[in-house]
Design a protein around this ligand. Structure first.
Ligand SMILES: NC(=O)c1ccc[n+]([C@@H]2O[C@H](COP(=O)([O-])OP(=O)(O)OC[C@H]3O[C@@H](n4cnc5c(N)ncnc54)[C@H](O)[C@@H]3O)[C@@H](O)[C@H]2O)c1
Length: 320
């Protein structure tokens, strides 16, 4: 048994060493590819105009949702700011209204009927929706280590199920118009799991799979002019509770938190380019893709090596 354990450890160490040796090379290749695509884009692509398009942003009362709504307004879109927090959504609208038409709507994205009515109301107020931003989300349970069944169900409903409802309601018109954008905010946690946030991790992995399948469906139906982007951000300077936990666990020392505004700019830019996956920061994609070629057991050891002590501290925070 102990020989077996030693072999496993050697296996993990060889994996880490190989990864460490390969990473600089991969980074150089990725940077070169990125620079080349940027140069080619300057010559070949004129940025898509979305002036006058109607964008619905869920969870627009706060954080990333508000920042995306403001960024889309800056690009000339009419904005439907949707949230269960009407006052927050109205505050978002107040920051927009002088530049483009915008309206706040109190809607629970978990409720299918409310989304059907929302579509009818937005169409009357602003016009047909051609940009859907699925952003509303729940990030943490009250006690992440031991959430109640109701809390788990609610997180699945808001973070995952609601994307099926908005897709059902808003996509048919985009198909009729043969244009549009569907942007779903997942998380790097959908790729790199967060222990003690299993429901969050599962919902974000679910969003990732949902959007991948949707993209294929649209291609099969020759509707590839409806662009589907999945956004996978690391920790953001947005939800206060998440910011506080990352600071207490010194996670911000691994990588500084990205501001909502910077993330929103990157998301809208990526959406306009039709990027299928928008990873924030970009280096996250490179790290994930390098790690994911390793055998799954090695991936687990590697993640534990980097994060086990931080998640032990995380548990202690909630068992006080
Ligand atoms: N903050 C981060 O570190 C981070 C990292 C990766 C991904 N994300 C994702 O980005 C998105 C936005 O996160 P954020 O940090 O801005 O969170 P936030 O808590 O600041 O904002 C989320 C918004 O969603 C709204 N909302 C919640 N339930 C709703 C419901 N049932 N119906 C309508 N609106 C509802 C809330 O009222 C709130 O305004 C989420 O999907 C989140 O999972 C966040």
């Amino acid at each position: 048994m102990s020989l077996y354990n030693t072999l496993i450890k050697i296996q993990a160490m060889v994996g880490v060493t190989l990864l460490a040796c390969l990473t600089p090379l991969l980074i150089v290749f990725a940077l070169l590819a990125k620079m080349l695509s940027k140069v080619l884009r300057c010559f070949c692509e004129s940025p898509k105009s979305i002036i006058g398009e109607v964008a619905v942003v869920t969870g627009a009362a706060h954080g990333l949702g508000r920042a995306i709504a403001l960024e889309l307004a800056r690009k000339g879109c009419k904005i439907a700011a949707v949230d269960i927090d009407l006052t927050g959504a109205e505050n978002t609208v107040k920051q927009i209204i002088e530049t483009v038409p915008a309206k706040a709507y109190k809607v629970d994205v978990v409720n299918y009927e409310e989304i059907v009515k929302l579509n009818e109301q937005i169409t009357k107020d602003l016009g047909s929706v051609t940009i859907l931003i699925n952003n509303a989300g729940l990030l943490m349970h009250r006690n992440p280590v031991n959430p109640t069944p109701n809390e788990v169900q609610q997180m699945i409903n808001v973070n995952l199920t609601s994307h099926f409802w908005t897709k059902n309601v808003f996509l048919p018109k985009m198909k009729e118009l043969r244009k549009g954008f569907v942007v779903s905010i997942a998380s790097l946690a959908g790729w790199i799991p967060l222990p003690y946030s299993t429901s969050y991790t599962a919902t974000k992995a679910g969003v990732y799979g949902h959007m991948k399948a949707l993209r294929l469906e649209l291609a099969i139906e020759k509707q590839s002019n409806i662009r589907v982007s999945t956004v996978l951000p690391t920790f953001l300077q947005a939800n206060e509770e998440v910011v506080s936990v990352t600071e207490q666990l010194n996670m911000d020392r691994l990588y500084p938190l990205v501001s909502s505004q910077a993330a929103a700019r990157r998301i809208v830019e990526g959406m306009l380019r039709g990027e299928r996956e928008i990873v924030i920061p970009d280096i996250g994609a490179l790290l994930y893709r390098s790690v994911s070629v390793l055998p799954i057991a090695w991936q687990d050891y590697l993640l534990l090596l980097v994060s086990a002590s931080r998640f032990q501290d995380f548990c202690k925070l909630y068992s006080k």
